[in-house]
Design a protein around this ligand. Structure first.
Ligand code: AMP
Length: 438
């Protein structure tokens, strides 16, 4: 029998009890990016295959081995996006955004698809938060983008993250580098994997990020791009580093970062967690817009893997904005009370209060038990007596305290004031903690 109750390998479900963690990360990233001027873009989960072939690059592992590509019913070759930059760039071009004020800054939260060997921190469906900035050639843009990535991780509470940077030059200086690389790998041709033999002629830089361990060992001693930078690329990189230094943003030079996608030029960077996991990667891609549209326009961005972020945040015990949960559970006894509870719930919900009432037909005891499981902050029991008098007991499920409330508009005001009191108490605690610290 087919395993219809088992998700495909390399995919993960986010269950209701965990989704607030994702929402916390996504909200934090989008909101900080918004403060830097990035606004959200949403693009399709699938694109024409040749978009990725042209942008990510024919000789990359992603395109050669990992894409989910299929023919649709109209005979078109379609691919599930393996990353976010190509689709965002396509959309920005298609809608003429680059004809308006520059730079154009976009952010996104997307699912991505790569047919990879699934393991911890590596999935076939994964999620990225990313940003792209078009039309900014100055080194300040590189520093700003890097500082955004760092600030997101810092705000999420991650510690021990290191920033690794490198420059992989432009097509001009890269031609000389390719020659040097070719020479190096030619001498070691016998040990390279089949795919890398093909890359040797077409794009020797891709051998540097081959996942085969033997190719990896050979690549470790290969010449590095940084020694072949032209004057313009070197000046650009020096200025990027000067900006990071001036802002006190620490980094490590890592001449071995090349990134696995072809569109990168000049600055490339990675944010690495204490446990060695690469949380985010990005850099400049000054040739991508021209490659796709013929119009020269610089670009840069980064993407961070949400599964990895979550994993490291959990390992480090970072806190997540809690789900506020159910504020009030209305317990009903009998059909008439159930109807009254539904009416009260409808009115309170319109006012933005989180209310639940019985929709299963449970007994009083079972409803109380369920309210407890939900973590409801308050409960009110409505029976014949309450229906008659219009007065009920509001029970604080945390303290056990009970107070009389009226089952009319004043209930909304009572709950609203209580929630306000809690918020004010929270702020007061915060002030107290700060003043005690110093
Ligand atoms: P890339 O698009 O390859 O530059 O990757 C950017 C970020 O996405 C990486 O730093 C990871 O955090 C994440 N990532 C890439 N591939 C995967 C994957 N297969 N599973 C989980 N996260 C991934």
């Amino acid at each position: 029998m087919e395993l219809i109750t088992q998700a495909p390998r390399g995919t993960q479900d986010v269950l209701p009890q965990d989704s607030y963690r994702w929402q916390h990360i996504e909200r934090t990233a989008l909101s900080i990016a918004r403060d830097f001027g990035f606004r959200e873009i949403r693009t399709p989960v699938f694109e024409h295959t040749n978009l990725f072939q042209r942008s990510v690059g024919e000789t990359t592992d992603v395109v050669q081995k990992e894409m989910y590509t299929f023919e649709d019913k109209g005979g078109r070759s379609i691919t599930l996006r393996p990353e976010g930059t190509a689709g965002a760039t396509r959309a920005v071009l298609e809608h003429g955004l680059l004809n308006g004020a520059l730079p154009v800054k976009v952010s996104y939260v997307t699912s991505c698809y790569r047919y990879e060997k699934s393991q911890k921190g590596r999935y076939r469906e994964f999620h990225q938060f990313g940003v792209e900035c078009f039309g900014a050639a100055a080194p300040q843009a590189d520093a700003e983008t890097i500082s955004l990535a760092l600030l997101i991780l810092k705000t999420l509470g991650l510690t021990g993250v290191s920033l690794h940077i490198n420059s992989i030059g432009c097509p001009t200086c890269r031609a000389r580098y390719h020659e040097a690389l070719r020479g190096y790998f030619e001498e070691r041709k016998g040990d390279l994997c089949e795919t890398c033999l093909g890359r040797l002629e077409r794009n020797p830089m891709r051998i540097l990020d081959c996942k085969s361990p033997i190719c990896g060992r050979i690549a470790a001693d290969a010449p590095v791009m940084i020694q072949y930078l032209c004057d313009d690329c070197r000046d650009h990189f020096t200025a990027v580093k000067a900006h990071l230094d001036a802002a006190g943003l620490e980094y490590q030079l890592d001449e071995h970062i090349v990134r696995g996608l072809d569109y990168y030029t000049r600055t490339v960077f990675e944010l690495v967690a204490e446990n060695g996991l690469v949380l985010a990667g990005g850099g400049r891609y000054d040739g991508l817009v021209e490659e796709m549209s013929g119009m020269a326009q610089p670009g840069l961005g980064f993407a961070m893997g949400l599964e990895r972020l979550l994993m490291v945040m959990e390992e480090q015990g970072c806190s997540f904005a809690e789900d506020t949960g159910c504020e009030l559970y209305l317990v009903s006894m009998g059909a008439e009370a159930a109807q009254r509870c539904f009416t009260i719930a409808t009115a309170l919900r319109e006012g933005g209060v989180s209310v639940e009432c019985d929709i299963v037909g449970r007994s009083l005891k079972a409803q109380m038990k369920y309210a407890d499981k939900l973590g409801a902050r308050y409960t009110i029991v409505v029976g014949d007596n309450e229906l008659e008098t219009g007065v009920a007991q509001l029970k604080d499920m945390k303290t056990g305290a009970v107070e009389e409330v009226r089952l009319d508009d004043s209930l909304y005001t009572t709950l609203y004031n209580k929630s306000l009191d809690r918020q004010l108490a929270g702020v007061a605690d915060l002030f107290q903690a700060v003043s005690e610290q110093g």
